[in-house]
Design a protein around this ligand. Structure first.
Ligand SMILES: Cc1cc2nc3c(=O)[nH]c(=O)nc-3n(C[C@H](O)[C@H](O)[C@H](O)COP(=O)(O)O)c2cc1C
Length: 363
């Protein structure tokens, strides 16, 4: 029988690519690939269980486009052909499970500790807190081509597309931020200029990889100096320029009001759903812990949802929600042993234990 649940319906992206339904996996950095950014057995198992658990789109953990853009130990990379076999196996696995496979491309900018990269961090402008220095225009050109090479490598590996990480205060979000970006050249000043790098990278990927390759952009609307109405302006620029098939808004809570009092009185989500986005699809992430909230997100105007913690704690959240409209994520805290059964290995469990000890009975 065909399901009538709104999130069970297929979704067609502007380029014709299809999602089998509306529930996917958000990018989740998990520290499980310590060997030169090559996807490990552990990282593969983590992703495979989510693909087999029904996710219609799998976005990889943030994947560095150059070793100097690595922000976490055990992070996966797409900066060298050495990483291609693991990437190819991951893309094959996603296709075999009828899940759209997307690589999230990142440069961490000022958030790349020298202890990891062996290099002084770089960003839009000098930053006394992290010791980062401002990129030259020639270096910005190099980073643009590294994003492009990353996208081409993802395509070669057989992924359906990429998501350009413009969120969470990593390099492209640092360029968007009036606090981090003090440049006076074409990449600094007005929001149009601060968004230039993100837009150029996205457009170049679209041109180089062709219309069949899915291109997405992730934005986060607040915090780290990011201003909501500027994020909405960037969202509109992406829509107007038609450089992406989807925009993924990382909200940390899909139903919240904006943090900034100036914008309160309506939901954060409505700032995005109120904009005419034509055929470009809107994905959202943030505290979607049960099937009813997913249905509500779609009702409120999102096209699809991306699970973070829901899919950490229940690898088959998507399949369960498709079966049962009252499905709820497992109650926390859970044990380490439970997380191992859900496909997390020790580095990921330790990461969760240090960031959210309250999620574990034995952190
Ligand atoms: C452990 C962990 C790792 C994350 N790693 C990434 C990442 O690599 N890239 C990214 O864009 N967001 C990352 N996020 C944010 C998630 O993609 C998601 O937007 C956020 O967790 C909110 O969704 P949730 O409430 O369903 O967890 C991470 C979140 C968590 C909890």
């Amino acid at each position: 029988m065909t399901s009538t649940l709104n999130y069970a319906q297929p979704l067609t992206f502007p380029n014709g690519a299809q999602l089998k339904h509306r529930i996917g996996l958000a990018a989740l950095t998990n520290l499980q690939s310590p060997e030169k950014g090559k996807i490990s057995e552990e990282e593969m198992r983590w992703m495979r269980m989510r693909a087999e658990g029904g996710c219609s789109i799998i976005i990889t953990a943030a994947t560095y486009i150059t070793p100097s853009g690595q922000g976490f130990p055990g992070q996966i990379g797409i900066s060298s052909d050495e990483q291609l076999p693991g990437l190819t196996a991951a893309a094959d696995m996603m296709r075999a499970n009828n899940a759209m496979g997307i690589v999230q491309l990142i440069h961490g900018g000022i958030r790349c500790p020298e202890a990891i990269t062996g290099m002084q961090p770089v960003g839009p402008s000098d930053d006394s807190e992290t010791g980062a220095r401002a990129l030259t225009l020639a270096e910005i050109d190099t980073i643009k081509s590294q994003f492009l090479d990353g996208a081409k490598r993802a395509q070669k590996a057989g992924f359906d597309g990429v998501e350009v990480h413009g969120a969470h205060n990593y390099l492209l979000a640092q360029f968007l931020s009036p606090i981090h970006n003090q440049r006076t050249d074409q990449y600094g000043g007005s929001i149009e200029k601060r968004a230039q790098l993100l837009l150029e990278i996205t457009a170049e990927i679209r041109d180089a990889c062709g219309p069949d390759f899915v291109v997405g952009v992730r934005l986060s609307p607040e915090h780290h100096g990011v201003i909501l109405d500027e994020t909405v302006a960037v969202y509109k620029m992406i829509i107007e320029q038609g450089v992406a098939d989807f925009i993924d808004i990382s909200m940390w809570d899909v139903f919240k009001e904006p943090a900034d009092e100036k914008f309160q009185g309506k939901s954060l989500l409505s700032y995005f759903t109120d904009v005419d986005r034509g055929n470009i699809k809107l994905g959202v992430a943030g505290k979607l812990y049960n099937a009813q909230d997913i249905a509500k997100s779609i009702e409120l105007g999102a096209d699809f949802v991306l699970l973070g913690r829901g899919a950490i704690f229940n690898h088959d959240f998507a399949s369960q929600a498709l079966e049962n409209p009252d499905f709820q994520m497992v109650e926390r805290p859970v044990s380490r042993e439970y997380l191992e059964k859900e496909g997390l290995s020790a580095p990921f469990i330790n990461y969760i234990a240090s960031a959210w000890p309250e999620y574990l009975t034995n952190p």
